[in-house]
Design a protein. Structure first.
Length: 766
């Protein structure tokens, strides 16, 4: 099975959104096409989900410069080389402009840094032997559209003003300001909402004086042979009274991250994972892990920082540069082996946004965890409840399991204790407001016409389907949400027990085990060897086969005796594509390999799947899933797993998966899943409060050796070497240890991952 699909030395390189390029930093995303400029469509310079630049083009004379080579340098930096035939040198109108430009070259080199705006440098060099004179022009336009409006109708309209002026220091600037207002009545109250934003282009052009007319800025340039002229541009964003700082002028485009830069500081602290054998799939693992580390650091949202060691991330580029509850909570848990920073930052931010009132329009109820919070004009003007929306059944449970991860990795009582009350409020919401009294399982429906119809993990409107292909009516109690609720109760019980709250911990365990027993009785389909995808509102089984059932394995709700049949069914050809587990069986009438939740493959699901495989001792399946996902990563550009990809069967007719056209990439929880694959293969189980790390590695033949450097467990750091011997057995050794930590080999016989620490506390506590 392991040798079925060799991909070494493959020429396959898949790009998500083939003709688009994304450069990002914090809340800023620059989206361009093949020209490297902004020519229309969804392209633009976005800050806080507002398009500050909707057109940005460059001309030398009457010509657009020919892009020779364009590339990101880091996630937040980009460089492009352009050439154009030097005006007045050689033939005036050659048939092949690019060839003529190569022989008589006027080169334009553009460097960009983004982050709360954008800083650019133009460098024009005359590579001919004659003096050339020409006019450089840039065209700019702003529409202040919300990201959502670039893909659909415009709903908000405002007034735009422009101002061109020479500054006291001799530089020039073009300021564009925008104001949109809206009056509405809701809940018997009249509101007047205002969205106020602007973008200012500051130009430092040396001895060349720019001129402006109707959105076109021109420069009359004269260059002697081999002379270079430089211009510096700053695109400065403003929202209300807050003017955002551009990237620092002394930052290098591709230099090492400075000590003061948060991204660089995190990457120096984060656990290093190195695969040593480059002749196997280990090289891909090494590259995919490195890419994931870099992407997670690049997706940081600095405006939500709780300190240098506590921060959270955007969900993904280009459309999800915002705070998403379940995305960030999932990411924080799966990336914990790199360090606790994202856990430490995400959990308090979720507390800040936790629901405290009842607002049907936002699907808000006390205790509920945020689904999404968008800063763009559509949200701020409340055309939709996306400035603060709570339509998720998944988020409250994920908050609780993330809390347990923070405890297990740090043992930090001071950090954990303030989060207990919010976790208990989330559990109360699950049991009191999100429990369908007709059948006793967790389900929820929206209370607003503007809300999500399906508030489970598969939140697309058509994500949950009956056996005959019909969309299930809401509310619907999906199987994986019962597993998430079970895991949430066990997680909080684990923390309470460790902190001495034995009675409340026991109550939660009892409640979880009651749910587990009722779940198995209501959802198990013995004739199919699988759990029903869901229960309908009347309690009937939704007998469709999808990835939902396999997600249950990662939650601990599945009894051991069900595992063999369930695994056999889930890895049948209609579910396992060769690249991963499909969201819906290819035998189902509603299957579509491109549909968001009806046939695609999602890397984030596989983080949950491999964790369940490990704890249930399903090592062959664990290795099978990890190999498939790393081989998929080898096919994607930069070894970066996207949000999702098509569910085509991996065979001679489909040697690589098709991309899902609107997929976000990088995507935080896809990047974090890569770390969970590695953690599961190595069998890392931290118990920081006990000063203990349990290790149970199962390296496959395609990953014969790996090192983990400076892994943090509590206040200790440990470096480990893992290897597989000729007999196929895996081993490890401690290479370096700072602080107090016991590292023990332990087999992970599954009962419940959240119950392990109580037993270990009795065995290992001093």
């Amino acid at each position: 099975m392991e040798e079925r699909f060799p991909v070494e030395r493959s020429l396959i390189r898949l790009r998500v959104r083939e003709h688009a390029a994304y450069v990002s930093g914090g809340d800023t995303v620059l989206t361009t096409g093949t020209t490297g400029f902004i020519d229309g469509g969804e392209e633009g310079l976005y800050v806080r989900q507002t398009r500050l630049l909707s057109r940005y083009r460059c001309f030398v004379g009457r010509r657009r410069p020919h892009p020779v080579t364009l590339s990101s340098v880091r996630q937040d930096s980009w460089m492009g080389y352009y050439i154009v035939p030097a005006p007045g040198v050689g033939d005036a109108e050659p048939d092949d402009l690019s060839s003529a430009a190569a022989q008589q070259t006027l080169e334009l080199r553009i460097s960009r840094l983004v982050g709360d705006g954008m800083r650019e440098e133009y460098a024009l060099t005359n590579f001919t032997q004659e003096t050339v004179r020409f006019r450089l022009a840039i065209e700019v336009a702003s529409d202040f559209a919300d990201t959502e409006e670039t893909r659909g109708p415009r709903v908000q309209k405002g007034k735009q003003t422009r101002r061109w002026r020479r500054r006291d220091d001799g530089t020039h600037e073009l300021a564009v300001d925008y104001t949109a207002t809206r009056e509405l009545r809701r809940d018997g109250q009249r509101k007047r909402l205002r969205f106020d934003a602007g973008v200012t282009l500051q130009l430092d052009t040396g001895d060349v004086t720019p001129r402006h007319r109707d959105g076109r800025i021109t420069f009359d340039v004269e260059l002697a042979a081999h002379e270079t002229w430089c211009a510096k541009l700053q695109w400065i964003a403003r929202f209300g009274d807050e003017t955002l700082p551009c990237p620092a002028p002394d930052r290098e485009l591709d230099g090492p991250e400075s000590q003061q830069n948060p991204q660089g500081a995190y990457l120096r602290e984060a656990t290093r994972i190195d695969a040593l054998d480059r002749d196997t799939l280990a090289g891909v693992v090494d590259s995919a892990v490195h890419r994931a580390r870099m992407d997670l650091a690049a997706l940081r949202l600095p405006r939500f920082d709780r300190g240098p060691d506590a921060w959270t991330v955007a969900a993904g580029l280009p459309m999800y540069v915002a705070l998403f509850g379940r995305d960030t909570l999932t990411t924080a848990q799966q990336v914990a082996m790199l360090g606790p920073e994202v856990l430490r930052g995400t959990l308090p931010v979720m507390v800040d946004w936790q629901a405290r009132e009842d607002d049907p329009w936002r699907d808000e109820q006390p205790g509920r965890i945020l689904h999404e919070a968008h800063p763009g004009p559509v949200a701020q003007l409340q055309y939709k409840p996306k400035d603060r929306y709570y339509g998720t059944l998944t988020g409250p449970g994920l908050f609780c399991t993330a809390l347990a991860h923070l405890w297990q990795w740090t043992g930090d009582r001071d950090a954990v204790e303030p989060l207990i009350k919010p976790a208990m409020a989330a559990l109360r919401w699950l049991d009191e407001s999100a429990c369908d009294r007709r059948h006793g399982f967790h389900a929820i429906a929206t209370r607003t016409k503007d809300g999500l119809k399906n508030q489970t993990w598969k939140d697309s409107d058509d994500g949950i389907v009956e056996e005959d292909g019909r969309v299930v009516e809401h509310p619907v109690a999906t199987c994986e949400e019962q597993g998430q609720a079970y895991a949430a109760k066990r997680a909080v019980a684990l923390v309470l027990d460790a902190l001495g709250e034995k009675r409340e911990a026991a109550r939660l365990v009892e409640s979880a085990e009651s749910l587990r027993q009722r779940f198995d009785e209501a959802y198990w389909m013995d004739d199919l060897g699988c759990y029903a995808m869901a229960l309908g509102g009347d309690g009937h089984q939704v007998r469709s086969i999808g990835s939902n059932a396999l997600r249950c394995v990662g939650s601990g709700i599945v009894p051991d005796e069900r595992i063999p049949r369930l695994m056999e069914r889930m890895f049948a050809p209609d579910m396992f594509s060769g690249w991963g587990i499909r969201t819906l069986s290819s035998d189902h009438p509603a299957y579509n390999p491109y549909a968001y939740h009806r046939g695609t493959v999602w890397p984030v699901e596989h983080g949950v799947i491999v964790r369940g495989c490990f704890h249930h001792g399903q090592i062959d399946r664990l290795q099978q899933v990890c190999r498939a996902q790393f081989e998929a990563a080898s096919a994607f550009d930069q070894y970066r797993l996207p949000e999702c990809f098509s569910g085509h069967m991996r065979d001679k007719h489909h040697p690589f998966p098709a991309t899902y056209p609107p997929a976000n990439s990088p995507q935080a929880w896809s990047a974090s899943a890569v770390l969970m694959y590695v953690q599961s293969l190595l069998g890392l189980q931290p118990h920081a409060s006990l000063g203990l790390l349990l290790v149970d590695p199962h390296l496959p033949s395609w990953l014969p050796a790996l090192t983990v450097e400076r892994l943090r467990v509590g206040s200790a750091r440990v470096s480990l070497r893992f290897w597989r011997d000729s007999a196929g057995d895996s081993h490890f050794e401690v290479r370096d240890l700072e602080g107090e930590l016991t590292v023990r080999a332990a087999h992970a016989a599954w009962r419940d991952v959240m119950a392990m620490e109580h037993e270990l506390r009795e065995r290992f506590a001093p």
